[in-house]
Design a binder for this molecule. Structure first.
Ligand code: 4AD
Length: 457
């Protein structure tokens, strides 16, 4: 167009003083002084010779106004969403009645386009349409994460991990980093990812629990935040093939102590995240109805849960009544948790449906000192238990499961060299986030989710 032709003549000259280099989150305290900000064009519109763009830099959003010469350069007239830009100018509070992020805007005195994003068919908005097919959304995950919802979930994720770590630090529990490549199973052979390790069979870890247990005599109570891997065959909204597993192991404690610790960890972390204005407003944006759970958590024994399911006519996946000894399937568990509507400590699972290492309930040996934490909307977010503390019962348990004890010698030794009563748990970080931020699936709580059939981008 004629206007575009003419505009090619307008070239802004770079000022000697670019002002103070700041991130958008420092905008409020940097009002009325010359500032220099870099970011991406998140929104864009032009009106009466002015160009309004909302800039995004990961720390916040800032409305910028290009006017006069600044709005007439070639780049201004061809600017596209998701282009990267540098802007210089002054942030002014907005008058009453106008609205923009943080109620202010930057009047641009100089700017430059660093990387122009394509327009037309290749334009960002066409690549990431709200209505896009789920599979193409997954293919475009690298673009989807630039959006306000996806990035908000990932920011809450960072705050939650920080909150957990602060809570552990407060309790004097030490962080360790166990290996991902292992030669022992923890949660059953059917979900192991196998690989060739210099000619030997090895697995991607399902849980760091066994390593954490061995740390107790060395380091005291420990925790880790480690990726766990499960070759899950089922497509569900709460199963990933790789997930972030927050696990802890505590020594010299009772089952009651373990439950009290779990309650404090969950509630303490939520209090920390909500006390922080940024993460609190992100949760408000994503899950406006969220209320921090009240203590104490509801307790429910496994046998009572079976009775509850039958009383409420909730059937097994096969359409039958539940009976003691059954694993409670995802659908039934979710219906029960949603109906009850508060976090539940579900305790005392039968030995036969749980992992080999769990301590039996004294006097009721067919059942274990185990706990699942169930949250409305998601179901199980934590699995934990007390562990067998004697060598012989552990050796018997290997045999019962058909596990070769040899590769587990280091785990068994924990009982031989100064055993103690101990217990621990694993919390699925994506499930915790799906509950906290009200996401339909755990996939939304993972940066680049891996699930059946998907290992990219
Ligand atoms: O109940 P799980 O299998 O327990 C363990 O792995 C124990 N060894 C943990 C321990 O005691 N240290 O898994 C623990 C939690 C589950 O409650 C769930 O939140 C999460 O890990 N989880 C998954 N999250 C996403 N995708 C999957 N496929 C998951 N499998 C388990």
């Amino acid at each position: 167009s004629k206007r575009l032709e003419d505009s090619k003549l307008v070239v802004l000259s770079k000022p000697a003083d670019l002002g103070k280099r700041i991130k958008i989150r420092a905008g409020v305290q940097s009002r009325d002084q010359l500032v220099h900000i870099c970011g991406w064009v998140h929104r864009l519109r032009s009106q009466k010779g002015l160009i309004f763009l909302v800039l995004r830099d990961g720390t916040g959003y800032l409305q910028c106004v290009l006017s006069g010469e600044a709005a007439k350069t070639y780049d201004a007239l061809t600017l596209t969403l998701e282009s990267s830009v540098e802007v210089v100018g002054t942030i002014k509070a907005l008058p009453e009645g106008k609205s923009a992020p943080d109620n202010h805007e930057l009047a641009v005195s100089w700017w430059t386009c660093v990387g122009k994003a394509p327009g037309g068919d290749e334009a960002f908005s066409n690549r990431v349409a709200e209505t896009a097919e789920l599979s193409s959304l997954a293919d475009s995950r690298h673009l989807v994460i630039r959006g306000e919802t996806a990035s908000a979930v990932l920011k809450v994720r960072a705050a939650v991990l920080q909150g957990f770590r602060a809570e552990f630090e407060d309790q004097g529990i030490l962080e360790v980093t166990p290996p991902c490549m292992v030669q022992t199973q923890v949660e059953g052979g059917s979900t192991l990812f196998k690989f060739d390790y210099y000619g030997q069979e090895a697995f991607l870890t399902q849980s760091s629990q066994l390593y954490l247990e061995t740390c107790l005599p060395a380091l005291g109570d420990v925790f880790c935040v480690q990726e766990s891997f499960r070759a899950e065959k089922s497509h569900t909204r709460r199963h990933l093939s790789e997930y972030t597993h927050l696990e802890a192991e505590l020594g010299f404690l009772t089952f009651e102590d373990l439950l009290a610790h779990l309650e404090q960890l969950i509630c303490g972390t939520i209090d920390r995240v909500l006390a922080q204005p940024t993460s609190s407003s992100l949760i408000q944006q994503l899950n406006p109805d969220f209320k921090a759970p009240s203590r104490p958590f509801k307790r429910m024994d496994y046998k009572d849960a079976i009775a509850w399911l039958n009383e409420h006519d909730i059937k097994t996946d096969e359409g039958e009544d539940h009976k003691v000894g059954d694993d409670i399937a995802e659908a039934a568990e979710r219906k029960m948790t949603d109906a009850i509507g508060v976090p539940i400590f579900l305790t005392g699972f039968p030995r036969e449906i749980k992992a080999f290492y769990m301590k039996r309930i004294p006097g009721d040996e067919g059942f274990t000192e185990s706990v699942d934490v169930l949250m409305p909307g998601v179901g199980e977010i934590v699995g934990g238990s007390m562990r067998m503390s004697g060598s012989q019962e552990l050796l018997d348990a290997y045999k019962h499961e058909g596990i070769d004890a040899k590769p587990y010698h280091w785990y068994t030794d924990q009982r031989k060299y100064g055993t103690c009563e101990h217990g621990g748990y694993g919390l699925g970080v994506e499930r915790f986030l799906a509950w906290l931020t009200n996401r339909y699936t755990v996939r939304e709580a993972s940066l680049y989710p891996r699930y059946t059939g998907r290992c990219q981008p």
